[in-house]
Design a protein around this ligand. Sequence first.
Ligand code: UTP
Length: 221
Amino acid sequence: MKVVLRIGGSVLGSPPSAEIVNEYADVISDLNYEGNFVAVVVGGGQVAREYIRSASKMGLSPYQQDTVAIHASRLNARLVAMKLGGVSSVPTSIDGMLQRLARNRVAVMGGLKPGITTDTVAAMVAQRWRADLLVKASDQNGIYTADPRVNKKAKKLEKITFEKMKEILGGSHKPGIHSIVDPVAVAHLTDSRIRLVVLNGSDAKGVIKAVRGEKIGTTVT
Ligand code: UTP
């Protein structure tokens, strides 16, 4: 199976926790061993958001704010890539990522361009690579009827359609956006119809469950 694994910066920690990076490396090796190909897309986390805040206070444009955040995600991606096989650089384009995936069972990248988040990068890789599944490891248990950090009455959804996801999570991009799935990625996934599982990434093994089709987080089909 071709799996895109999007690891939220909020899951890795800022700076990334060695323990969590190692757990994800083990899970990715297990997935490879079971015959899966894995495209990993890593986010920039709190550090990226702090750079955005500084850049904003300095009067830099939203484009420049996004640009510094992209570098934070690439640094995280490089760390994960090194643990997985010692590569010295990470792809900075979808074509570059696809070239790596054509040669290897696993490839890792971070951010791509201003105006999106790594959710969209993951959705773009999934579409071009014709992935079977996109798993987003996030800091929440799945997609809720509303943002659970704001609305305490929000309920977790187990299985929803792309249209329902768009209804709940549609909108537009702004630097540092912290949505369970960013609105641009939601639009991409609604077009490409690639199955998405959003789960709590604090236990990396949850990703194996998602790939095996076991019940976890929220599935969007
Ligand atoms: P990330 O996608 O790195 O977020 O986007 P994250 O830390 O993993 O977030 P969680 O864990 O899912 O919540 C952080 C910011 O980096 C910029 C955007 O400003 C985005 O909000 N970014 C990232 C881009 O502009 N382009 C990219 O391709 C990636």
